[in-house]
Write a protein that binds this ligand. Structure first.
Ligand SMILES: [Zn+2]
Ligand SMILES: [Zn+2]
Length: 240
């Protein structure tokens, strides 16, 4: 054990960390997950969409239904896991139940599954999808930022949390169509610092569903001069 890990280990004894799968106290010190829960999350394996990373059923396909026709603004992205019931419940507790420690396990696995993909993109920075400040206040942390910080540390890539901000709250507006929602989301995002030095960036978020958040963020960044915008997420839903 490294001496710098001692405070974390002491914290593990006083407040045992919770397992990201079953939410019980993790049985041994220094672990992020119960041994019996290790296989619960299902990694995305080939074939997956070459644009957004959604799992594909058919080996002969290159793109998923949502990516055909080239409607996305982002360049490419991948997810570590399928957004199944286990991951869905885990992310719910992570975001709304104060289980910020789950980020350690998420980052550990994302590094393993997506680390070489992210490195191959030669990113100048990782950029978390921002939360509006009132949400941040409610929740106490931005779930995407914790993941980005962890990945940045492990992969030795700078993390920029001040580049993209969410200036207005975007409520779930079911009455709007996809294009209208996309437009609202884009208006809510702002570039708040100089991006001149950034050519390639990787957006980080917890879930990818239709890609509207990634597209909105990518178009803001590209309008500000970023050349290529990729993403890496923890989970990908098979909804379109
Ligand atoms: Zn468990
Ligand atoms: Zn796709």
């Amino acid at each position: 054990m490294n001496i710098s890990e001692i405070p974390a280990r002491v914290a593990d004894i006083v407040y045992p960390r919770r397992c990201p799968v079953c939410d019980d106290a993790v049985d041994s010190i220094g672990r992020y997950i119960c041994r019996s829960c290790e296989a619960a999350f299902e990694a995305v394996s080939e074939p997956y969409c070459l644009k957004c990373g959604k799992p594909l059923l058919d080996d002969s396909e290159k793109l998923c239904r949502g990516c055909e026709g080239g409607r996305h603004t982002f360049d490419r992205g991948r997810a570590a896991f399928k957004y199944d019931t286990y991951l869905k419940e885990s992310i719910y507790r992570y975001k709304y139940g104060g289980r910020r420690e789950y980020a350690d396990y998420y980052v550990f696995r994302m590094t393993d599954i997506l680390g070489s993909f992210i490195k191959s993109l030669s990113p100048d920075a990782l950029i978390p999808i921002p939360l509006h400040k009132s949400r941040l206040k409610e929740r106490g942390y931005n779930q995407a930022e914790l993941i980005a910080q962890g990945l940045g540390k492990r992969l030795e890539i700078p993390v920029k949390c001040d580049v993209l901000i969410r200036s207005s709250k975007t409520e779930v507006q079911k009455s709007l169509n996809a294009a209208e929602r996309q437009n609202n989301l884009k208006k809510a995002l702002k570039i708040s610092s100089d991006v001149v030095k950034l050519k390639n960036v990787v957006l980080i978020d917890d879930i990818y569903t239709t890609g509207s958040t990634m597209d909105a963020a990518a178009s803001c960044l590209k309008e500000a001069g970023v050349l290529r915008v990729f993403f890496a997420v923890l989970g990908v839903a098979d909804k379109y």
